[in-house]
Ligand binder design. Sequence first.
Ligand code: F6R
Length: 598
Amino acid sequence: MCGIVGYTGKRNAKDVLITCLRMLEYRGYDSAGIAVVENNKVRVIKSVGKIDNLEQSVSRYDLSTSTIGIGHTRWATHGKVTLENAHPHKVGKVTLVHNGVIENYKEIDEKLNKYEFKSETDSERVCALIDSFYNGHNEIEAIKKATSLLKGSYALGIIFEGNNKLYGIKKDTPLVLGIGTNEYFLASDISAFLKYTKEYIVLDDNEIVEIGNSFNIYYEDKQIYKKIEYTDYDLEEAMKNGYEHYMLKEINEQIDISRKLYSKYINDDNFSDKLIDFSKYKRIDFIGCGSAYNASLIAKYFIDKYCTNANFYCNSYMASEYRYTNHYFDKDVLTVFVSQSGETADTLASLRMCNSEGVDTVAIVNVLTSTMAREAKYVLPMLAGPEICVATTKGYFSQSYICSLLVLNLMYKTGLIDKDKLLSIFDEFKKLPENIEKVINQDYKKVAKSIYKSEDIYYIGRGIDIYSSFEGSLKLKEISYIHSECIGAGELKHGPIALISKDTPVIALLSEFSVAEKTINNINEAKSRGAYVVTIRKESINVDKKLSDCDIVVPLTNEFIQNLLIIIACQLLSYEVAKLRKCDIDKPRNLSKSVTVE
Ligand code: F6R
């Protein structure tokens, strides 16, 4: 999604803006731009493609004295990827950058007939709208009047010609003020300015920040004072640290994250009270998008398997469906929102819907400054650190880990497992870091070489392996652009087997002992149609060598975390395939990290 930055201070604004924009590259973008005030005039410079292109364009100008400016990475929504549509937009005396979607921009456009627009964007209309209310000295009033007419979501960074200040306002999409020593930043998230400061204030909806030599925040005509917060996010953590890609670094970080999660959520061989107790509810709805939805299916799987007899009912929903479906809510219902970014539009809208129904809400969330973390009744931090690669790995890992712990806690609290059993399961959680290391240290290049030229790859599995297949298949398609589907192994012969021909790769996941024989029969069916079979299995499930062309074996552990080892193998296989195909692994085409539009 688009990223916003703004700066005012003593440094060279263009340099700071470009550095900050680079830190937001992970969000996904297709054009970029900056606007700086140089000799009291606003200079806008934009380019299509990577920030390197922008840096080249910027180097053609002498901007050595500029100390105030705004910048943007655009992920196209309204209008194509063109220079005209790139931000910042300048209309009259107003220049702005915008993240979000203005739903009534056509209506606004009709009222602005004195303006001629260069772009197709809603953002340029917002710029004109502010200009139409601006009389040269009432900046806050102009912003207020204009934004009161907007329907939709926005975070805006604004500068006015002739006024050496920076302004910001937001609604339903994040905007953070960074506070350094005699310098200030505006950004879509704190990672943008971590290099300069760790102090920040998260702006709430409709607050306006005005930044000059100091800053003031206004809400409904009054100045307000907000607590300055401090982040312990480390810039090093957000950098590649010698890894070729963020994805690889983040896969490796899963070792350490499993330790952090263990020490936060399990204390002295018992569950920490930081973990929400599900046992006072009867129905639990999990809600998420993409990989977060896939992770939530792990909770559903175990609750269905072990807790339905105790009258617990669980379902996992895609947030984009949940928000538009009718639900019956009462005090027995708990809703759990799973989101790495904490900003995903559909998940956030579902959370708000549940909050307004008065139902209890929990957010399993990584970014603790995010809107979901602030609006949910309870928060379960994912402790994954900044996730930069657009395709999630450690985020999914942490979500799935927490889902398993929540179910185990429920089982323990309701007597479905006793203490001895629980302790033996905890032993496996303790061993997880070393088991992850074993999975990471295997050779995936060889397997990748045998399948990377294929244009279709199928994942199959049964039981929990279907849910892991969803994630494995998603990871593969999003970073390698290979068409991939996940098929319940038992469903193959009901249609999809028609797609299997000579050398079609079929990746079979085998971690569920009770149905392994049946999956092996299905592998046989695929093999006899010519499939090239890759098995990813736990070590206690054996597969005939003649059946599997490539065999990846992960250590045996407890079923509540076995899927984590299987999925890490899938992540690494996808990574190697994408690398062989020379894909832009950390920034796959058309994707963005934080999906703040519907
Ligand atoms: C896939 C991926 C996405 C996200 C989804 C939800 O690798 O990263 O499918 O999982 O967009 O994002 P969050 O967790 O931020 O709500």
